[in-house]
Design a protein around this ligand. Structure first.
Ligand code: FCB
Length: 783
């Protein structure tokens, strides 16, 4: 076998699933599935009506195998009982079409589309569903068994159980940890019973497909051989048990892992696991399907609550890592594939393996001369190289099925995800090959990767030589600080030995340039609207002048926060500007954005100290200046109306006021308020009642000061003769009050310019520190 070739008879193919491509969800007697209920009936790729065209595409690719899934509700609309012959007709026609094209059909019996009728009776959380599944498997085999010889019972039961019943982000959307564990067991039982049924009916090959996300710490993503601290090793082992061993061990060794059972028992009891179940579950299989996309990155974090998708995971943090990611935000770590295959070969040496899914979501750009999806090609090529290494090492991997043939419906994420090697225009259903389709066709034709390696050493060559990830090489090349000196030395040595010249791709791997900047707006505090509007205007014009595009995103709900973080993780933008005039409420968003590793700058000092540069006005200096002004006008009894102290700006204004008073040997008289004019009036009334000699009021915002003006008028105090009043912010209304309001101006334009400049220097990789913009005292009639 040459260095780039794959073994003879290696199976090349693609995978799809029924709900993601078929559409026609009410056609010819199909019953509803949990996904129809969860996300509305969808046309998807209308494959039900276009399967002949799609088989044509498979033929063009030259695949030897095609893995599709059979829709249970199309075949047994009520989940159990009456069989819908028309549903079986469709799969029979599809199989005949495939065989006619010389393509081997692989049928998956369950790819997450449970008949809704069975969910209504308890879904996977009840035992009967497993029995009904075995009946349905037999029905499908009765019709297709003479033409299909490779059967996969389930696709990724972990996802079905823990995202469907645990975190609820998949159908049926339940959020019960107990139901999630019960569902996992019943799915395993369904697999075991269906395996028995298929064997009895004469099926020649039966397999199960699991999702694998090799569990590692952030440090290991850069260096797979890194030794772990005890608590991190425990975190890794616990997630590995929940995600992998919970399924591998019962199927391949006939027992649940000992460290899993206490977690299950605590959450769901053990009554659902019956005597004899494990014997059914561990019926021998011929093939284990491996779906691999990305590692699962975790570390110990004592205060962390359990992730609902991993009941029992308290104390473990799921981390984002600063490595190259797909548009899905999944880290690209091809080296984790050999690690996984080595582990499977070591622990389950008799099990025949097949890569049943691997592929990537990237944003595709349609140009006049095609869709040049270089990122997708690189992704697949790197994974195939890694796979090739594993096979050489002795891993028993008989094939590689790419996810996926077509851009399709990516479950809860809808149509925005693009995994296909064929582009689909969902308005017209037109299919168009991407460059990856032609590239994959060539790989299949030559049964391997191109021999001719690029003459110049690439980032991958350096990474392989130094034994680190591409992202690590890129970080070293980019001179980033967060790399240990050992790793840096190893990388630099490899760079020199190979004569490597970093290209733009290497330089931009960590911050892949999109020339887009996300401008994230949180809901401004009362009085902050004008600042937000002005900053948007200034920042936009400065950055657009510098050739950047601005994406405005509003951070007002938990869902919007999630989307914004995802956007950043997927590197759809180069950097983020966060406008949090109420920093307290956006701090977790700030932290999550920082963890994505994307350059971020903030407007307003964050309440939690961090290294993220921000632009703020000199709140304490401004408050001190206005206080000095009141003192120098002869005022002696100064009260302060203080807005909410969880706002950092308000804290700083109070500090400035205090400092100035202390210098004059005086003490503050404090009344608190929220941010409304109304509460400013109430606080002023209180100050006046408590301190009859009060002769000045400094309100920490103009809104509060306007309330104080009103309270003074109502109390018959003349402003400024009896009582001086000053505010902060210089909002538009401040000059229109009677009398007009003395205040502190925080120059909007200066803040905006500073923010834009800060961001541009961050993007250029220059060292940046936060900027404090000076304020200006505006003296008017009220003092
Ligand atoms: C896998 C699923 C498949 C597709 C890919 C992206 O987990 O099996 O249907 O959604 O992820």
């Amino acid at each position: 076998m040459s260095r780039a070739a794959f073994p003879e008879n290696f199976v090349w193919g693609v995978s799809t699933s029924a709900y993601q491509i078929e559409g026609a969800n009410v056609a010819d007697g199909r019953g509803p599935s949990i996904w129809d209920t969860f996300s509305d009936s969808q046309t998807a790729c209308d494959h039900y009506h276009r399967y002949t065209e799609d088989v044509g595409l498979l033929k063009d690719l030259g695949v030897t195998a095609y893995r599709f899934s059979v829709s249970w509700p199309r075949v047994v609309p009520g989940g159990s009982g009456r069989v819908n012959a028309a549903g079986l007709d469709f799969y029979e026609k599809l199989v005949d079409e495939l065989l006619g094209a010389g393509i081997t059909p692989y049928a998956t019996l369950y790819h997450w589309d449970l008949p809704q009728a069975l969910e209504d009776e308890g879904g996977w959380a009840v035992r009967d569903t497993a029995r009904h599944f075995a009946d349905y498997a037999r029905v499908v085999h009765d019709r297709l068994g003479d033409r299909v010889d490779t059967w996969f019972t389930l696709n990724e039961p972990w996802v079905a159980a823990f995202l469907g019943y645990g975190s609820g982000i998949h159908a049926p959307g339940r959020t019960s940890p107990a139901d999630a564990f019960r569902s996992a067991h019943h799915l395993l039982l369904a697999h075991g019973l269906a395996t028995g049924a298929l064997r009895a009916a004469g099926a020649s090959k039966v397999g199960l497909i699991l999702n694998f996300g090799p569990v590692m710490t952030p440090g290991q993503v850069g260096d797979l051989s890194m030794e772990l601290a005890e608590e991190d090793a425990e975190a890794v082992a616990r997630i590995d048990t929940l995600m992998h061993r919970q399924f591998l061990e019962p199927v391949l060794r006939g027992a649940y892992p000992a460290d899993l059972l206490p977690l299950v028992e605590r959450t769901a009891g053990l009554d659902h696991i019956h005597e004899g179940d494990l014997a059914d579950i561990s019926r021998p299989i011929d093939l284990l399907g491996v779906n691999y996309y990305a590692p699962t990155v975790v570390q110990a974090q004592p205060s962390q609550p359990a992730d609902p998708a991993y009941p029992g995971s308290a104390g473990i943090l799921f981390c984002t890592v600063p490595t190259a990611v797909t548009a899905m935000g999944w880290p690209i770590v091809p080296n984790a594939l050999p690690l996984l295959l080595r582990r499977l070969s070591r622990e389950y040496p008799d099990t025949q393996l097949m890569i049943t899914e691997n592929g990537a979501d990237f944003v595709d750009v349609i140009t006049g001369d095609g869709i040049h999806d270089v990122d997708r090609i690189n992704f697949i090529e790197e994974h195939l190289r890694a796979l090739r290494v594993s096979i050489e090492e002795g891993a028993r991997v008989g094939g590689y099925l790419l996810w996926s043939l077509l851009d399709c419906l990516e479950w809860a994420d809808g149509y925005q995800r693009k995994f296909g090697v064929y582009h689909v225009d969902f308005a017209t259903q037109r299919r168009r090959p991407k460059d990856s389709a032609y590239w994959f066709r060539d790989v299949i034709k030559r049964n391997g990767l191109a021999e001719s390696r690029p003459k110049r050493p690439t980032l991958e060559t350096v990474a392989a030589r130094a034994g680190v990830s591409r992202a690590t090489v890129s970080r070293v090349v980019n001179g980033e600080a967060a790399v240990s000196s050992d790793v840096r030395t190893a990388v630099m040595q490899a760079v020199q030995e190979l004569g490597y010249v970093p290209n733009a791709a290497a330089r931009s791997l960590v911050t892949r340039r999109t020339d887009s900047i996300a401008l994230v707006l949180s809901v401004p505090r009362p009085g902050g609207e004008a600042l937000t509007a002005a900053v948007v205007q200034y920042v936009t014009s400065v950055l657009e002048g510098a050739g950047k595009r601005i994406t405005l995103m509003v951070a007002d709900t938990a869902e919007s926060h999630r989307r914004i973080v995802q956007h950043a993780e997927a590197r759809l933008v180069d950097a983020v500007i966060l406008l949090p005039p109420s920093p307290d409420r956006t701090d977790t968003l700030t932290e999550r954005l920082i963890r994505t590793g994307l350059p971020t700058v903030l407007l307003g000092k964050p309440s939690v100290a961090s290294l993220v540069p921000y632009v703020d006005v000199d709140n304490s200096g401004g408050a001190a200046a206005v206080t000095d002004h009141l003192l120098s006008a002869g005022r002696r009894h100064l009260g302060i109306i203080c807005g909410p102290l969880d706002l950092v700006a308000i804290q700083d204004r109070l500090t400035g006021h205090r400092t100035a008073l202390e210098r004059a040997g005086r003490h503050p008289l404090i009344a608190t308020a929220n941010l409304t004019t109304h509460s400013g009036a109430a606080a002023a009334r209180q100050l006046l009642a408590d301190n009859p000699r009060l002769d000045a009021v400094f309100a920490t915002t103009d809104h509060l000061a306007i309330g104080a003006l009103r309270a003074a008028r109502e109390a018959g105090r003349r402003v400024p003769d009896d009582l001086a009043i000053a505010g902060f912010d210089d909002i538009e209304a401040a000059s229109c009050t009677t009398p007009s309001l003395t205040t502190v101006q925080a120059p909007v334009a200066d803040q905006a310019m500073a923010l834009a400049r800060l961001l541009l220097s961050r993007l250029e990789g220059r060292h940046t520190t936060s900027v404090i913009v000076p304020t200006r005292l505006v003296v008017r009639e009220s003092t």
